[in-house]
Write a protein that binds this ligand. Structure first.
Ligand SMILES: [Zn+2]
Ligand SMILES: [Zn+2]
Length: 262
């Protein structure tokens, strides 16, 4: 059984917990994808899901932006916790992260096995040194995690084929971004090819990787200023049609409840 929960999503801090229970009843494996939350906040949000910091086996950091890496140093100070990130992410983040034997280098297209969970990172266009997003799977199910990507690409759509669930960035509504208070340079960056996905771009990507076995799509990394949950959901539902896939939103402060794939 594979399940996941967002502990928070968006520019104020991202963290997604993925948990796999082996069929033989052995101890579950838990991987945290990104940790942009301060330690106390992370501990509180884990506690509401019945877990402690010590229950996490490894952290995968997608890229060096503070909303993804800001809480990793505090986690890494706890001995023995493996942290995975691309070489480019490590190079940019070393000022923030300790040089520890638990630092591991993740590479585009190379599977990483952590207990019962296999991570498959893939490269994405985003304004960071070497950003990776990923799928997480156990022996039966697969979750695709995709936040912080400027535009959908064929490679990304290919990497997400056949997933049972997707945590998918729906960052902004283009009209709200254009009419909003952000400075012009920031609007260009967000809407650019290495920025963030507009609702329509997320819908197009979803249209390219939807299939009958896709059971859940979670809208993620929504901009508080430039999007509304109902707009993001409407775009995703439009792409899904009537095939019964459930949709929900990962909230900035609350994340989302556990979603179980069994
Ligand atoms: Zn981000
Ligand atoms: Zn980013």
């Amino acid at each position: 059984m594979l399940r996941f929960t967002s502990l928070g999503s968006g520019s104020s801090g991202n963290a997604t917990l993925v948990e796999a229970h082996p069929l033989d009843g052995a101890r579950p494996t838990r991987v945290l994808v990104d940790c942009g939350l301060p330690p106390r906040q992370l501990a509180t949000r884990l506690a509401t899901r019945g877990l402690l910091l010590t229950d996490i086996d490894a952290v995968f950091v997608t890229h060096e932006h503070t909303d993804h890496v800001g809480g990793v140093l505090a986690l890494q100070r706890r001995g023995g916790l493996a942290v995975w990130a691309s070489a480019g992410t490590w190079a940019r983040a070393t000022a923030k992260l300790q040089d520890a034997p638990t630092c591991h280098v993740a590479r585009d297209g190379e599977a990483i096995v952590i207990g019962s969970i296999t991570l498959r990172p893939f490269a994405v266009p985003h304004d960071a040194a070497e950003p990776l997003q990923l799928t997480c799977s156990d022996s039966q199910h697969r979750l695709g995690i995709l936040t912080d990507i400027g535009e959908p690409t064929d490679t990304v759509a290919q990497a997400l084929q056949g997933c049972d669930a997707l945590l998918l960035e729906t960052n902004h509504d283009p009209d709200m971004l254009a009419a909003g208070a952000y400075p012009v340079w920031l609007k260009r960056r967000i809407a650019g090819q290495r920025g963030h996905l507009a609702n329509g771009q997320s819908a197009a990507l979803l249209g390219a990787c939807r299939h009958a076995g896709l059971r859940h799509v979670v809208a993620a990394h929504l901009s508080r200023q430039n999007n509304r949950p109902e707009l993001a959901l409407a775009a995703l539902r439009g792409a899904l049609g009537t095939n019964g896939t459930q949709t929900s939103v990962a909230d900035a402060a609350e994340g989302c409840a556990w979603i179980t794939l069994d």
